[in-house]
Write a protein that binds this ligand. Structure first.
Ligand code: UD1
Length: 422
């Protein structure tokens, strides 16, 4: 689907604006299933994951229309999606389950797909729906849930982002009060709750481990602008830290990305928050230790871009991945450029500071693909990155364009998969 060409880069400088957060927008769009009144979501990023979700929502009976960069959604008679192919393309498709069940008393969804970074079960989502009174029937490849939802107590064995969102999206229309314990605390959860509150939902405790939701008979339309993308911002900062220069990010929320900012400072760059945005200057040089954790810990989505930065840091950087069990696939591709990385189960030891040489590499998953663009900036000569599954465009709106704005030489050619076969 796409080939990226990346040339070695010594310096990035200038300004870029950060787009709205993919992971905030996706659950918010699913709220189109909750009301017959239009919800208007402003500044929706141009991502293939958004396109896929809109196709899924359309199958679910959601009406959508575009007005400049806003997306307007509403649904009179929502229904379960039928196309397993669409659902299997992205993990977030499972988020239609909660709102569908709450609004119609029935949801049948195919088991979701997405990046192959781990097993990614949905047991916690289902457990949550059962705690709200739904009956679940699992068949190979799909799950059917039915029942009139009532408020209930849910304890999540792990603070899953998706399960917390799905349960919130169901509980806002359930009869009575729902309490979620060990809920995820990510900024995207807080944003979803702020948005649902605009729709008339009654939610307290978002951003903490205990969320209380008082179900309402119905919700109404609203206009909402989601938070900026902390992962896109972090990816650009890692690219800037690999090079000498001074980069200003506009429209960021530094308070959403403290763990990443601390690691960047530990690596030796300077960060300054000003009225205009967040400025990074200097060049990283010190190796780092990174342990991925649920928020406010270091985000697993930033592990791969941070590993690309570690390729430039003289000495051994250590990465411990605790969230997903198969999230070091990019390390193999980095090795093709000459990187020295040893993987031991969930630990990666990156021996950085070596000269890398451009080569042909592959995009293994969304964040791993973005990390390979960054690795290409570090490598001498030209790196050709093949992304046949279009991973990068799923979650970054024009990453090459953003990097070009800062002075990098990165281009993308789209090609038809039929060409590859022919
Ligand atoms: C979301 C983000 C993804 C990010 C991840 C962790 C979206 C669209 N995606 O994914 O970018 O990497 O959070 O911050 O917002 N788990 C279970 N059972 C479940 C659900 C999850 O065991 O029912 C496990 C998963 O396998 C994984 C861990 O919990 O090991 C975290 O997953 P979760 O927080 O649910 O991630 P997602 O919502 O899929």
């Amino acid at each position: 689907m796409a080939t990226y060409r990346i040339r070695h880069c010594e310096q990035l400088s200038g300004e870029v604006s950060i787009h709205a957060s993919k992971n905030a927008v996706l659950p918010i769009l699913c709220a189109g299933l909750l009301t017959s009144e239009p919800i208007t979501i402003e500044k929706v990023p141009l991502l293939t994951d958004v396109e896929t979700l809109v196709d899924i929502l359309t199958e679910c009976g959601v009406h959508t229309s575009k007005h400049q960069d806003a997306l307007i959604l509403w649904s009179d008679e929502p229904r379960s999606p039928v196309s397993e192919n669409l659902l299997s393309r992205m993990r977030a498709s499972v988020l239609v389950m909660g709102p569908l069940l709450a609004r119609t008393g029935y949801a049948r969804v195919a088991l979701p797909g997405g990046c192959a970074i781990g097993q990614r079960p949905i047991d916690l989502h289902i457990k949550g729906m059962q705690a709200l009174g739904a009956e679940a029937q699992l068949t190979p490849g799909s799950v059917t849930l039915q029942g009139e939802l009532k408020g209930g107590n849910v304890y999540l064995d792990f603070p899953s982002v998706g399960a917390t969102e799905n349960i919130i999206l169901a509980a806002v229309l359930a009869k009575g009060t729902t309490r979620i314990e060990n809920a995820a605390k990510e900024p995207e959860i807080v944003d979803l709750c702020a948005f649902l509150t605009e729709m008339g939902a009654k939610i307290s405790g978002s951003g903490t481990g205990t969320i209380l939701i008082e179900g309402q008979r119905q919700l109404h339309g609203c206009i909402y602008k989601p938070i900026p993308d902390r992962i896109e911002a972090g990816t650009i900062l890692c690219a800037a830290a690999m090079t000498e220069g001074s980069v200003l990010l506009r429209g960021v929320r530094p308070d959403h990305m403290r763990a990443v900012l601390f690691k960047l400072v530990e690596s030796g760059v300077k960060l300054k928050e000003t009225g205009a945005g967040l400025r990074l200057s200097g060049k990283a040089s010190q190796p780092i230790q990174v342990r991925t954790l649920a928020y406010p810990g270091f985000p697993t989505d930033m592990q791969a871009p941070m590993m690309a930065l570690a390729l430039k840091l003289r000495g051994t950087s250590v990465f411990l991945e605790t969230i997903f069990e198969n999230r070091f696939m990019h390390a193999r591709e980095m090795a093709r450029l000459g990187a020295s990385i040893r993987i031991e189960d969930r630990i990666a030891l990156v021996n950085g500071g070596h000269v890398l040489a451009g080569s042909t590499v592959s995009s293994t998953d969304l964040r791993g693909g973005a990390a390979m663009i960054l690795a290409g900036l570090a490598a001498e000569g030209e790196t050709v990155l093949k992304d046949p599954d279009g991973h990068i465009a799923r979650g970054y709106e024009d990453l090459p364009g953003m990097l070009r704005t800062l002075g990098a030489d990165v281009t993308m050619d789209e090609w038809d998969s039929a060409d590859a076969n022919g």
